[in-house]
Design a protein around this ligand. Sequence first.
Ligand code: KG4
Ligand code: ZN
Length: 336
Amino acid sequence: MLVLGLESSCDETSAAVVRMEDGKREILSNIVASQIDVHRLYGGVVPEIASRAHIEAISRITYEALDTAGVTLADIGTVAVTSHPGLIGALIVGVNFAKSLAFARGIPLVAVNHVKAHVAAAYLEYPELRPPFTALVVSGGHTSIYSVGDYTDFKVIGATRDDAAGEAFDKVARVLGMPYPGGAEFDKQAYLGDKKAIKLPSPALLGDNLDFSFSGLKTAALNYINGARQKGEEPNVGDIAASYTDAIVKALTKKTLAALKETGSKRLVLAGGVAANSHIRKALSESCASIGAELYTPRISLCGDNAAMVAAAGYYEYLVGNLSSTDLNASANDNI
Ligand code: KG4
Ligand code: ZN
């Protein structure tokens, strides 16, 4: 079956055509129109600007995805759209566009949870991958560990109590003068410094839980930077990036290993925009190898927001009969 995926939950408008069949998962097109250049002027995503940019792009991007795949709407078996969580105005654009397209053409419509879609990116990378497994989703909005029992069955077993890892990277990167979103540049800077240079608190919560808290780490780094500046010194960016990244990597590794132990799972899916971080990928790959577990992480272009992952997740919602009707609405909430 060909699935048309649509994504507009944050600052990328994306449309994709994916072929999903038993034993075959193939991306025919995956067009991503990023709004980063516009939001960069403001140092972060401006919701109203994001909604307008989605409206301007979505129709063009959708037909570009169909053209690139060499198909028309008549070939599409299901339309899958991100309906939650995300920026409400941005989500509404995708949901209403998907509804119009699906109901005008008599194509089944499925609503997709953005976090489940991040995990589904791994199905496109590894055609043999099947649940059950444990998943760590690290993005601009999430830092959560899931026990994935089946394609549509997710149980949250760990989560951040405040900021997400992506927000934590972006905030400190911004204060250090890196353009928004600073995660990728921060990744590079971390190779240039000493990870033992600055002592920072761990974002892994103490105790018998799989939860995180990034606010203390973030505040400690900001205090360190401000303290240095007040003394007229410019802090060493490489040292901060290396020490800060190390604190995040160690916390993610510790809680993920505990999650694998708790679930008894030998398979870990690492997904979400922050899963592009090379230090996190390396550490989790080594940790998984040390306990005989397999790491499944999508290529970088499938880690960030894209519609191919939405199409993949939507296919499995379709298979279990989770079809949506004309009353489908977007929601900012993260009800998995
Ligand atoms: O999944 P995503 O594209 O959007 C959300 O669903 O939030 O994630 C975006 C986040 C941003 O915070 C960005 O800075 C971060 O992913 N990111 C990275 C890297 N590449 C992107 N963070 C750390 N290291 C990277 N290499
Ligand atoms: Zn995302």
